[in-house]
Design a protein around this ligand. Structure first.
Ligand SMILES: [Zn+2]
Length: 556
């Protein structure tokens, strides 16, 4: 870690008194009382560069005063939200923390399951539409290792941790297995909710906030906050080919539902859905974060607390309109304001030296395919019928080789799945079946570059190429598909509008990674950096030892 030279005198004083320094030559800072971890879903580094002149809020503070790692990228293949948040929150690769994909195959049941689904817990009632808990919910049940909240609590047993996000997997996985509360926006019930993994009933400060959101959102149309003064920002014209509908159309304003005097449940749900599709989602996360800081007294004493926030609007809007759309530009500018509001409150309550923050994203994203075609990039949208044809060819090849046997080959996640019970009952070599299916599929699918069998990914032998290394870093034997497909670059699967991420290519693996606060020297590093470095960097800043087996290391 690099320390601010202006703090040299104070640090030397600490060294000479024999306390505060962690190792010779290292200068110590006072320990902050609150750590804020921000994950902006789908925020690509270019957003902060192209919009830098207009960022004067919280994002602007990271740009101008933060220590930013401009070459940060995922060092694993599945550029998805679940693995991204779990990696940032644990300092470990997916193969070690266990969240290998958003939808993970339960090999026992043969089904793909959302990575935070937990049938043993209840979803708590946020009030309003839903006043009683309902069966089935979300938890960190699949997270195998400790996260930042647990590291803090090991050193400061009274440390408090609260995690709030627009999506359950973001809130749950960013703060690890033991936040006091993980809270997420529930678009069906309206309001922030949680599960019985964290408590039997939502705390009063959440219920009180939930009682007021609808009045704030009702009739709050989404207007574009800038009017033609963003020349040179790289924002594309509105109404581009390939944009998907947000609200009721592809242009501003997006008209918000208006609640009648005596609203029905369906009207609340429509409004909650509107919140979920617009920058109101981030605003509400920040609103609730301010409540958490006040009611939980985060940072109020010497036990270091954690506030983890998942800002999901950039992803939800970016998927539909593309990363260079007016919609995403507006979302980033509004988030800058919201984070400015948060940081002003932290400065006021804790003092500028009382808190540190990390800003990261969980994955990148691809530009709209239609816009890339205009630039001469060979890209296209893959139709589900194409994958059906390749699947049929692979089944036919299996049928010819293993006459009379049926392996139940199907698409799932980013690959192909075999019915394991049938293959083992048939007494055949499963590795051979996988190889044959992979080769036949590749021969029939011009949109796939390569495929890696379960057995190749499980092997400790030399990888075939760099992509196999990235795929091995996501390998969990109990959750892996039988054949992981590497699609060709710039292929968007199964969506007629909007764009996507999830590939192992650099455009999906680039992320934002930046640290702010006393002890972090402003500037940009182009050294290699990984999302696994976030936790060890923060631990080092706090003077805490990092577990020896973390995949990341403290950044300078
Ligand atoms: Zn994401």
């Amino acid at each position: 870690m690099t320390f601010a030279p202006c703090l040299l005198a104070a640090a030397l004083a600490a060294c000479s008194s024999g306390s505060g320094s962690r190792e010779p030559g290292r200068l110590a800072e006072p320990t902050p009382r609150l750590v804020v971890v921000l994950c902006v879903d789908q925020l690509i580094p270019e957003q902060l560069e192209r919009l830098a002149p207009w960022l004067d809020g919280g994002l602007g503070r990271f740009v101008n005063q933060g220590r930013s790692f401009r070459a940060a990228a995922l060092d694993y293949s599945r550029s998805e939200t679940g693995p991204g948040h779990a990696t940032l929150g644990s300092g470990l690769l997916p193969r070690h923390h266990g969240i290998s994909a958003n939808g993970m195959l339960d090999r026992e049941a043969g089904e793909l399951v959302e990575c935070t689904t937990d049938p043993t817990v209840l979803t708590l009632a946020p009030g309003g539409v839903l006043t009683e808990p309902v069966a089935g919910g979300s938890s960190a049940c699949n997270l195998l290792r400790e996260g930042l909240a647990e590291h803090l609590r090991a050193r400061w047993p009274a440390s408090r941790a609260v995690s709030i996000a627009g999506k359950p997997r973001a809130a749950i996985l960013l703060a690890g297995r033991a936040p006091r509360w993980a809270l997420w926006w529930d678009r069906r019930a309206g309001g922030f909710t949680s599960s019985s993994a964290y408590g039997e009933r939502l705390p009063d400060w959440v219920l009180a906030w939930n009682a007021g959101w609808a009045a704030t959102a009702s009739g709050r149309d989404w207007e574009c906050s800038f009017k033609g003064d963003l020349d040179g920002s790289g924002t594309a014209p509105d109404e581009r080919a390939g944009e998907a509908i947000i609200g009721a159309g592809v242009t501003f304003p997006r008209v918000a539902p208006r609640l009648p005097l005596e609203p029905q449940a369906i009207e609340f749900q429509r409004l909650a859905g509107f919140v979920s599709a617009t920058p109101l989602l981030d605003r509400f996360v920040i609103d609730l974060a301010l409540e958490a800081i006040a009611s939980q007294e985060l940072g109020a004493d010497a036990d270091v607390d954690l506030l983890a926030l998942g800002l999901s609007a950039c992803d939800k809007i970016g998927h539909r309109a593309g990363p260079y759309s007016r919609e995403v530009t507006d979302t980033v500018l509004r988030l800058d304001d919201e984070l400015g509001r948060l940081f002003a409150l932290l400065d006021e309550r804790l003092g500028p030296a009382g808190w540190i923050a990390a800003l990261a994203s969980d994955h990148g994203v691809m530009e709209l395919p239609e816009a890339l075609v205009e630039r001469g990039v060979a890209t296209r949208r893959l139709h589900v019928n194409e994958t059906r044809r390749a699947l049929a060819a692979a089944r036919e090849a299996l049928g010819e080789r293993y006459a009379g046997l049926f392996f139940g080959l199907r698409s799932g996640g980013d690959g192909l799945i075999l019915d394991e019970k049938q293959t083992s009952a048939a007494g055949v070599d499963l590795a051979e079946v996988r190889e044959l299916a992979r080769d036949a599929y590749l021969a029939a699918a011009d949109y796939v570059e390569d495929g890696y069998t379960f057995d190749e990914l499980a092997s400790s032998g030399p990888p075939r190429d760099a992509f196999e290394t990235l795929a091995r870093n996501c390998f969990r034997p109990e959750h892996e598909v039988d054949i992981v497909l590497r699609f060709k670059p710039w292929i968007v699967r199964d969506c007629r509008f909007g764009t996507d991420h999830g590939s192992p290519y650099p455009y999906d693996r680039r992320i934002v990674l930046s640290f702010l606060g006393p002890g972090f020297v402003a500037g940009t590093s182009w050294e290699r950096a990984s999302p696994t470095d976030l936790v060890p960097t923060l631990l080092e800043r706090l003077g805490l030892p990092a577990p020896a087996d973390l995949d990341g290391s403290a950044l300078d």
